[in-house]
Design a binder for this molecule. Structure first.
Ligand SMILES: [Zn+2]
Length: 107
């Protein structure tokens, strides 16, 4: 399966609860319902996927044909930002989310 990437992946800043957020969570839970994994293993897979996405989006900013938004990948400082987002999500109060909706079934 080929990976489809935009050469301009980040023109608009993402909003919390965005389409991307929902799509990622839905894909995660759909996959786990089809092929369950131990919890920490599933989250480790998701973390590795984030790393892969980071590398791909960083590559999309390289060279003259890359995204010209001004972001320059810096894995050290970007990792701090990603860790802060992970911590914020862990501390966020529970909400009605897709995991619960998925368990209830689909229309
Ligand atoms: Zn960009």
């Amino acid at each position: 399966m080929s990976v489809i990437r935009s050469s301009r992946p980040c023109i608009d800043p993402p909003k919390e609860g965005s389409e991307l957020d929902e799509a990622l969570r839905r894909a995660f839970w759909t996959s786990l319902h089809r092929q369950p994994l131990p919890a920490l293993q599933a989250l480790a897979v998701a973390a590795r996927t984030i790393g892969t996405l980071y590398r791909q989006i960083a590559e999309a900013h390289e060279g003259p044909g890359g995204c010209n938004c001004g972001w320059e990948p810096d894995p050290d400082s970007d990792l701090i930002v990603l860790e802060a987002n992970l911590a914020a999500a862990l501390l966020k109060p529970p909400e009605a989310d897709l995991a619960h909706m998925t368990m209830l079934g689909r229309a």
